[in-house]
Design a protein around this ligand. Structure first.
Ligand SMILES: [Zn+2]
Length: 264
């Protein structure tokens, strides 16, 4: 068995993979805090082999209510994802797979990779009503990217949307991708009408460092960005500092902070 998390967003620690029917794994905590629940790994073996995976520290994860009736995200192609049932007993999360191909990927929620994030910025900027701006850099050197969408010279309303302060809540950026597709669709009369009166400032990923590192909840310094808005600093929470400065400069009428939920 070969098990790897050495890729964008990967997270798993191999305790014992010598027996395919008793593969023992642990989720790694965020790099600078104790939160953990996000995992993402590749399992590779012989076609036709049945494997039984146990995540043995699931019972110490941040939101254990989430393991009840949980179905693990599974993919052969990394494009198409489906759900595999799990069992949760005595703090251990277990699931089975029979290998139809050599390698299969498992993830807590469907991943939204940094490459897909960069793709989103690129296709969105092709629309003349959208402006892409880099507010500054994170501690790991990622760009803090802001999208400004405006279809008029005289907007009456300003709406802010930020997503994925908690990097393990990948559905927040899937939401932004779908929202942008709808908002920029010139055949969507409601969106076209909305952009005549309302401008949007959108941060598709508030925590790129945590996303790439495979963290659940915090940035590279261990900051829970959700709790940093009162007094952020460039040393500990530059993501919030940079966005907040821009927000204070341009103002806003409505602010939406998009999250997922680990326990539902
Ligand atoms: Zn959250």
């Amino acid at each position: 068995m070969v098990i790897s998390d050495k890729f964008d967003g990967g997270n798993i620690s191999v305790i014992d993979a010598s027996d395919p029917l008793n593969i023992q794994l642990e989720i790694k905590p965020d790099n600078a805090s104790d939160f953990f629940q996000w995992f993402y790994f590749r399992l590779e073996g012989e076609v036709g082999q049945t494997c039984r995976v146990h995540i043995i520290n699931a019972g110490q994860a941040s939101y254990t209510d989430g393991w009840k009736d949980y179905k693990v995200c599974t993919s052969w192609s990394r494009e198409d994802w489906f759900r595999t049932p799990t069992e949760y007993n005595n703090g251990i999360l277990s699931f089975d797979i029979t290998l139809e191909q050599n390698a299969v990927y498992f993830s807590f929620f469907q991943p939204f990779s940094h490459e897909r994030h960069l793709d989103l910025l690129s296709w969105a900027q092709e629309d003349a009503r959208l402006n892409l701006e880099t507010l500054g850099q994170t501690l790991d050197g990622h760009a803090m990217s802001l999208l400004h969408v405006c279809g008029t010279d005289t907007p009456q309303h300003t709406v802010w949307l930020i997503a994925r302060q908690h990097p393990g809540e990948t559905m927040a950026e899937w939401f932004i991708e779908g929202l942008l597709e709808a908002l920029l669709d010139r055949d969507n009369s409601q969106a076209t009408q909305l952009l005549q009166t309302t401008e949007f400032y959108i941060v598709p990923n508030m925590n790129p460092d945590g996303s790439v590192r495979g963290n659940l909840r915090t940035n590279a310094a261990g900051a829970n960005l959700n709790r940093e808005w009162q007094s952020p600093t460039m040393e500990y929470s530059p993501e919030v500092y940079l966005v907040r400065e821009k927000m204070l400069a341009v103002g806003g009428d409505l602010f939406l902070d998009i999250h997922g939920d680990e326990a539902l």
